[in-house]
Write a new protein. Structure first.
Length: 272
């Protein structure tokens, strides 16, 4: 993928587009605990509730367009804290300073560091290694994708419908396109592409341990980026933890770190 100049892409505007795209992807993911609980659109972002014990319940993109008022933060905490769960709010350098100041006075701590990667997209496909094919999954491959996704992240094969449920939810999310990387016809890696407003969000990359270390990840990402460009995306973004294999892959395919961000958490026990 060729790195293109970006004279008109102001960093704060990029952050708004990337956070909106990630919030939209998260918001579209179906889950039984979300039935009847739509996202809260507030303070320029979204608070998305997946249940009181779900680490996926989070506020994304708040404070990017304007200061976050005390009343708005109270609403976010009441919404995400339903059932006595922790409250998670993502914070990046382009959020209005009022958000960081308020979180500091309310007992939040850093739960996770992330890096948001990006680049403009080129439709030129990479030269894949011999025997490697990258393509969207077919309708009859949903369960195969869900099994490989579970195996990649948990480390052992799926044994029940409950094991398959997270992967099937991703496959069936509106706007998601799920991919296989196949080696000699055998699926060995999974990944996801989601599109919002010309931004491609790459996520869900997984390779089970028996297939790791064979150089598959880089061409897998490159092929999906080219596919995204061919299907109307001009920019891409992805979030990783620092100094991980995923972060190194982003560097290898020529992505740039747009900005760091923090997942801030307020545990129920710290509430006043």
């Amino acid at each position: 993928m060729t790195s293109l100049p970006s004279p008109t892409l102001e960093p704060r505007v990029l952050a708004q587009r990337f956070e909106l795209a990630q919030a939209e992807q998260t918001d579209r993911t179906p889950h039984p605990t979300r039935e009847g609980v739509p996202a809260l659109h507030i303070a320029g972002g979204r608070a998305i509730f997946f249940g009181p014990r779900s680490p996926d319940s989070v506020a994304i993109g708040v404070g990017l367009a304007a200061p976050v008022s005390t009343e708005e933060l109270d609403q976010i905490e009441a919404f995400l804290g339903q059932g006595g769960g922790a409250v998670r709010i993502e914070l990046n350098p382009f959020c209005d300073p009022s958000l960081a100041a308020s979180l500091a006075t309310r007992g939040y701590r850093v739960e996770q560091f992330q890096q948001v990667w990006w680049n403009q997209l080129s439709p030129v496909p990479p030269q894949l290694p011999p025997g490697v094919e990258v393509r969207p999954i077919l309708p009859d491959e949903e369960r195969t994708w869900a099994r490989l996704f579970f195996y990649s992240y948990v480390g052992w094969p799926a044994f029940s419908e409950a094991d398959l449920a997270p992967g099937l939810a991703i496959v069936r999310t509106e706007g998601n396109t799920c991919f296989f990387a196949l080696v000699n016809g055998e699926p060995q890696a999974v990944g996801v592409f989601s599109q919002t407003g010309g931004v491609a969000v790459l996520s869900g990359d997984g390779i089970p341990r028996p297939f790791r270390g064979n150089g598959l990840q880089v061409p897998f990402v490159q092929a999906r980026l080219a596919w995204a460009a061919q299907h109307g995306c001009e920019l891409m973004c992805a979030a990783t933890e620092p100094l991980t294999a995923s972060a190194r892959t982003c560097e290898k395919v020529g992505l740039r770190c747009a900005y760091p961000k923090l997942v801030m958490v307020r545990e129920p026990a710290t509430w006043a």
